[in-house]
Design a protein. Structure first.
Lengths: 224, 377, 429
């Protein structure tokens, strides 16, 4: 398996605060990595940098052969459009666009829109009959599934999820996690920030953070 | 997708944009009303300026009006024909005069023969006492200047006998003129009657025209008339044309400045609303950036939104503005001003420009760092 | 504590305040400049209209009928009545003396002249720039430069009290060799026995009117030449007036004392003419209708127009300020939510915001006033040639306007804010 992500002595400082104090690890293509740790430990910062939403202060972060740290504004934009799929805790769907349009938005910023493809994507996540609904008319779980469809539409190399079930109730949480499992089986590379150990156990590896540093990398025992 | 997004953006923002739309519409209304007025004001004001009376004079060359009688005269028909042929719509009035120094009893008095109806059109500022217009026999009527009336103790209805050499003629005073000038010392009779009295049939001393227009158009007209009357001298009366031109340009400048001021204000109002909007949009912008939307594209989207607002506001405002200008015209000039269709596109373009100018804070959205938005999680 | 809260609220987050402040500054600047100009424009334009020349004509009441064609009087010199030059200083003592911008007396004398092509012409005695002694001891400089500003001179005007002359353009054209700048000409009366006098030509004037056919000389020379020392026949006066209306045209003798006072103390042309008549004995003062009426008409129309425009500008300014006030309040929902969650009453919350808006209004309006005054100066200068002076009376007006508008703008969202439920806001919705 090829190495998709290489993080080498990554540092990020916000003024006096050291969010990341020298982090190094690798991720193979197709792996599901859970990133865990107390709040403020730098998890979200790491995700943001890997997703090209933020720039590191020092160090390297190579994703699919591209060193994110070296990219300029335009480069980052293209990087995000082509290689990354985001899923946020707050869903962040555009409230005045329908589910279909929210997915098409990602297509729009990538290249051209394809309504059929967007339709298929929503069917894939089980929302084929809700395409014309506004986010306000969808449950939390449904909204997150739209977000997942949106994240996938441009066939990204890396899926970054930041506490994707943080805002969901139990039932919806299950549905969404099941979706991620399917994605994993299909071979997608997933980096997920979570504080839930049960979710963490579903991943191939767990990276534990504390105070901006990697504490340890665990390989959870998988139930056969 | 672009248009879809645009449409949804506009619909979604509702109340926030209400203020921006309101100010765009009201600005468009005022600006289009003023622009309408500005285009028409020249015509209206030049009409007002015609109260100054004649501004073009036709006289014999080297006229040396000397001593007791007219030295040189012109052909009445020739001058009348030239004026009629010029077909200039801006000629408000044209009157030919024949001057004779006749005697009223023992008193020498300047008699000006002219077409009395043309006279009142030529000099609308004159106060004429007496209901002379309805007098039955204009040929036997005369108008006397107030000084003449005082000296000769005439009132409306008095008889007046004028003699010149061997000729004499009888008139009835139909009106008394208060002009505040030379005319107060003159007696006005019909042109034919004066020509008979002086035994100069078909002759006139001067012709005066009141022409409305700009300083340039009046000079041009005078030049055209001059070429039709090569034997005579045709010139604009400088006192009047110069002052008129100057005043007109000042007034127009005033209005234009006001328009610009109002436009600036509206841009500011739009700016205010757009800034607030920009704050609200931060989340959306962060998201779009996260999805790989480039700054250029995002900014273009928002600018287009603002542009549409400007165009819509401009359109509605222009319609209202036409009505407003009608009202303003009535209040200011007492007559309706004509509306120009050019105001529509002009207002819309202006409003779009103003809206875009006011939307500059939206460009700052380009600098939004997506990470900042999401750090709150 | 309240003061502290307001102060802290005011100082924190200056960037948000910047917008309201900017709107206030620009809005009030525009309001100030439009109001300043609207107040001044009547006066300014009235001055501009003086380029039309004189608006009052004075002759002697007991004068015989002038035999005038084209503005030049051809009566024999000894006929008719004259006015006294010595009385003219009194024109600058009437109630509206500062509105008398200038006056010019005229005395015409027919004369023979030493030219082969032209034998007789008219000598026109007048002032170019003459010092008139005023009873209070000062001197008032006036002449055709004020009453006939469209006259154009080639060369120089004559010196007051000299034997210099300026030739009318049409006359000069008839005999350019004789009537040239620097040359001397001889004039004498038609009476054979009279002696000739010499004039030195200093300039050629183009008036576009009857004077182009005559010779202009200093009034004193014409007076001596005609034997009418210290006298003149006609006087042209250029006065700064207020447009006439139905009130001004009434007979002053039929007015009540209050009405009379009002009329007397307004610079109507009828009132100024009346005042002139009282200081010039034996004078008949006439309004030159053409000039006065045109001026009055146009001034009143433009005045109305300007006030409408000013109102529009004020409305736009008010809207801008209200809009930005409203949006800043909306933006700060979060703060409001927090305060309410902490137990602040609606009145207190409103109180803090109102105090803050007022403070902003005062600061913004003050800066705006200064900017607006500068703007008005610039506009005045570019349109009328002289800068408009700031009217300090406008300051409290503008301040009041800013305060009212800022308050009104924030009141509506504040009322809605009163119904805010803190919880959703704190949750981030």
């Amino acid at each position: 398996m090829a190495t998709l992500v290489q993080v080498d002595d990554l540092r990020k400082e916000f003024g006096n605060v050291r969010a990341l104090a020298g982090v190094s690890f690798n991720v193979e293509a197709g792996e599901w990595i859970a990133i865990m740790g107390p709040s403020g430990s730098g998890k979200t910062t790491l995700i943001n940098i890997l997703g090209g939403l933020d720039m590191p202060t020092a160090g390297q972060a190579v994703v699919d052969g591209v060193d994110v740290a070296r990219l300029d504004e335009a480069g980052l934009t293209r990087f995000r459009a082509q290689k990354i799929g985001f899923v946020f805790q707050q869903f962040h769907l555009v409230p005045y666009l329908t589910a279909l349009e929210n997915v098409m938005l990602a297509q729009y910023f990538h290249s051209t829109t394809d309504e059929k493809e967007a339709q298929h994507a929503l069917e894939r996540v089980g929302l084929g009959d809700r395409v014309e609904h506004l986010p306000g008319a969808l449950s939390g779980g449904e909204q997150q599934r739209v977000a997942v469809a949106r994240a996938l539409i441009n066939h990204p190399k890396l899926i970054l999820a930041d506490e994707p079930t943080g805002n969901l109730d139990e039932a919806n949480e299950e549905t969404v996690i099941q979706l991620f499992q399917e994605l994993h089986h299909e071979g997608h590379t997933i980096l997920m920030v979570t504080h839930d150990p049960s979710i963490g156990n579903l991943a191939d590896r767990r990276i534990e953070f504390a105070h901006g540093k990697l504490k340890h990398i665990l390989t959870p025992a998988k139930l056969a | 997708m672009f248009w879809r997004l645009l449409w949804k953006l506009l619909r979604g923002s509702g109340g926030r944009l209400a203020v921006a739309i309101l100010s765009l519409v009201s600005c468009a209304m005022v600006v289009s009303a003023l622009l309408n007025l500005e285009f028409d004001i020249e015509r209206k004001l030049t009409q007002e300026f015609r109260m100054l009376g004649a501004n073009i004079l036709v006289s014999p060359r080297n006229a040396q009006i000397n001593g007791s009688s007219t030295a040189e005269v012109m052909s009445e028909s020739e001058v009348a024909a030239a004026i009629a042929a010029s077909k200039e719509p801006a000629v408000v009035a044209a009157a030919s005069f024949l001057y004779v120094v006749a005697n009223a009893g023992k008193t020498p008095v300047v008699v000006a023969g002219t077409k009395l109806e043309e006279l009142s059109k030529l000099e609308p500022a004159w106060r004429i006492e007496g209901d002379w217009k309805s007098s039955h026999d204009l040929a036997a009527s005369c108008l006397v200047g107030r000084n003449v009336a005082r000296q000769l103790q005439l009132v409306v209805g008095s008889p007046l006998r004028l003699t010149y050499l061997n000729e004499n003629a009888q008139f009835t005073v139909a009106g008394i003129v208060d002009a505040g000038g030379t005319e107060d010392n003159q007696v006005f009779v019909g042109l034919a009657e004066a020509q008979n009295l002086a035994n100069l049939p078909g002759k006139i001393s001067v012709a005066q025209l009141s022409v409305s227009g700009t300083s340039n158009s009046i000079s041009r007209y005078a030049a055209r008339l001059a070429s039709a009357l090569p034997a005579y001298e045709v010139r604009p009366i400088r006192q009047i044309t110069e002052a008129e031109g100057d005043l007109l340009s000042r007034i127009r400048l005033l209005i234009v400045s006001m328009v610009i001021l109002i436009l600036v204000l509206t841009a500011l109002c739009v700016l205010g609303t757009m800034a607030a909007l920009a704050m609200e949009r931060r989340q959306d912008v962060g998201l779009m950036k996260a999805l790989g939307g480039s700054i250029g594209r995002i900014v273009t989207l928002f600018m287009a939104e603002v542009g549409v607002l400007g165009a819509a506001g401009g359109f509605v405002g222009a319609i209202l503005g036409i009505e407003l200008s009608r009202w303003m015209g009535q209040r200011v000039f007492g007559t309706a001003i004509s509306s120009r269709w050019e105001i529509f596109p002009l207002t819309i373009v202006l409003m779009v420009a103003v809206a875009l100018a006011g939307a500059l804070p939206l460009r700052l959205l380009g600098k939004v760092k997506p990470a900042v938005i999401f750090r709150g999680e | 504590m309240f003061g502290r809260l307001v102060r802290e609220s005011f100082i924190r987050n200056p960037r948000r305040k910047l917008l309201t402040a900017a709107a206030l500054v620009v809005g009030m600047a525009v309001a100030t400049s439009t109001l300043t100009i609207a107040l001044e424009v009547g006066d300014r334009l009235a001055r501009e209209f003086r380029s039309l020349g004189a608006n009052l004509l004075v002759t002697s009441q007991s004068d015989t009928l002038p035999v005038e064609i084209g503005g030049v009087d051809y009566r024999p010199v000894n006929e008719g009545a004259y006015l006294s030059e010595a009385d003219l200083g009194k024109l600058k003592t009437i109630f509206w003396r500062h509105n008398i911008l200038g006056f010019t007396p005229l005395l015409d004398v027919p004369t023979l002249v030493s030219s082969s092509r032209v034998t007789s012409t008219t000598l026109i005695g007048t002032w170019y720039q003459h010092d008139v002694p005023v009873p209070d001891g000062t001197k008032f400089k006036t002449g055709v430069s004020v009453t006939h500003p469209w006259w154009k001179i080639r060369g120089q005007w004559f010196r007051d009290g000299s034997n210099e002359a300026v030739i009318g353009a049409a006359l000069a054209a008839k005999d350019p060799d004789t009537f040239a700048i620097g040359k001397k000409i001889q004039i004498r009366h038609s009476d054979e026995a009279s002696a000739a006098r010499t004039l030195v030509i200093t300039g050629i004037v183009s008036t576009g009117d009857a004077e182009d056919n005559g010779i202009l000389v200093p009034l004193s020379f014409a007076q001596g030449y005609s034997g009418h020392e210290g006298q003149f026949r006609q006087l042209f006066i250029s006065a700064l007036t207020k447009p006439a209306d139905t009130f001004s045209e009434r007979d002053p003798l039929k007015m009540t004392p209050t009405e009379y006072d009002r009329w007397f103390c307004s610079p109507y042309i009828s009132s100024i003419g009346f005042q002139i008549k009282t200081v010039l004995p034996g004078a008949d003062v006439r309004t030159i209708r053409r000039v006065a009426d045109t001026e009055g008409n146009i001034l009143s129309r433009v005045g109305t127009l300007l006030w409408i425009v000013t109102l529009a500008a004020l409305a736009a300014a008010a809207l801008a300020v209200a809009a930005t006030s409203a949006t800043t309040v909306l933006e700060r929902r979060g703060e409001i939510g927090v305060m309410k969650a902490l137990g602040a009453s609606n009145v207190l919350v409103a109180g803090i915001f109102v105090a803050e808006q007022l403070l902003l209004a005062v600061v913004g309006a003050s800066v705006g006033f200064v900017v607006g005054a500068v703007l008005a100066r610039g506009l005045g200068a570019s349109i009328f040639g002289t800068p408009a002076s700031p009217r300090f009376i406008l300051f409290p007006v503008v301040l009041g306007l800013a305060a009212i508008v800022a308050l009104a703008g924030s009141l509506i969202p504040l009322r809605r804010a009163a119904h805010f439920n803190p919880a959703p806001i704190l949750r981030g919705e």
